[in-house]
Unconditional design. Structure first.
Length: 310
């Protein structure tokens, strides 16, 4: 008596093996294409929470880096404009000293007008639609006078020096690290108040008794007395420039820390998510061989007949 012969069970096992081999080949191909272990967090099993936490921290660090880039640009611009204001007023001071030394004045009115306009225009510097020295009122031009004549007219009309400035009472503030808030920027009124008033005093004296030609004793005494006040105004601007420089150094240190942190987190995440390409290629080759063998086995099994056993 011949026993019962059936290939159904073998076919089912081979089909299951074939499907698994197909999945393995697909997985290896996807890993090689994307460079990632999986395209779903659930594929990371118990490390999902770790990766999500690392990515959240990395995103926060990158946001701080972007903020620092923005702040750094403003601080750099501040430094340029403050340096230019100092240089301009120092030029006026040099002119006064030269006038006293030579006991002879020439072009004094023009020097006053040029210095005032240069400083006022510098304080109205606009970068990307925001005024650099306006503080929180970024859309408001901080200085509303453009010439010494405008400033004197404002004062003669009952206004004060403060009325020449429309900047906000507070400067900018930004979070540049966890728990670290940086107040940065300089207000136009902080820079312009003393400078405008010193130029005003010189301008009014020049309008009363023009500084042109040989100086009188009164003019020489007046100019000599103004030197200390102008130097004090310059020192005030220079102190703001120093403070601005300290802010630049501070964000540079934090930026380096953020950069190191970002590199660490990117490496940490890659170690979990990224696939070893060389290993994946080897595995793909092996899986393709196994898949080919599965096809051949099923093909061979489909050729079996009961006649082969009779």
């Amino acid at each position: 008596m011949v026993g019962r012969v059936s290939s159904f069970g073998q076919q089912q096992l081979l089909i299951q093996g074939l499907q698994q081999n197909q999945r393995d080949v697909f997985t290896a191909q996807r890993q090689i294409t994307t460079g990632k272990e999986t395209n779903e967090y659930r594929g990371l099993a118990g490390e999902t929470g770790t990766v999500l936490g690392a990515r959240s921290t990395l995103s926060r660090v990158e946001t701080y880096q972007q903020t620092i880039d923005t702040v750094g640009g403003k601080l750099d611009a501040n430094d340029v404009q403050l340096g230019a204001a100092i240089e301009s007023v120092e030029g006026l001071l040099d002119q006064i000293r030269l006038t006293i030394a030579n006991n002879q004045a020439a072009g004094f009115t023009e020097q006053l007008e040029t210095t005032f306009s240069f400083v006022a225009n510098g304080l109205n510097t606009n970068i990307d639609g925001t005024f650099l020295f306006s503080g929180a009122e970024t859309g408001t031009q901080p200085v509303n006078v453009t010439s010494i004549q405008d400033f004197v007219a404002l004062k003669d009309g009952g206004g004060t020096t403060a009325d020449a400035f429309d900047n906000a009472p507070i400067a900018f503030q930004a979070r540049i690290a966890d728990g670290v808030e940086l107040e940065f920027g300089v207000l136009a009124s902080e820079i312009g108040t003393d400078i405008f008033e010193q130029i005003e005093a010189l301008y009014r004296a020049d309008q009363t008794t023009p500084f042109e030609g040989e100086l009188t004793d009164a003019q020489r005494t007046f100019l000599s007395g103004q030197i200390a006040s102008i130097e004090a105004a310059i020192d005030g601007v220079r102190q703001h420039q120093v403070d601005n420089g300290l802010g630049q150094e501070r964000i540079k240190v934090l930026d380096e820390q953020h950069r190191d942190t970002a590199i660490f987190l990117e490496t940490f995440i890659a170690d979990i998510e990224d696939v070893d390409i060389a290993e994946a290629v080897t595995r793909l080759n092996n899986d393709q061989v196994a898949l080919q063998a599965s096809y051949q086995s099923i093909g061979s099994l489909s050729q079996l007949s009961l006649l082969n056993f009779l």
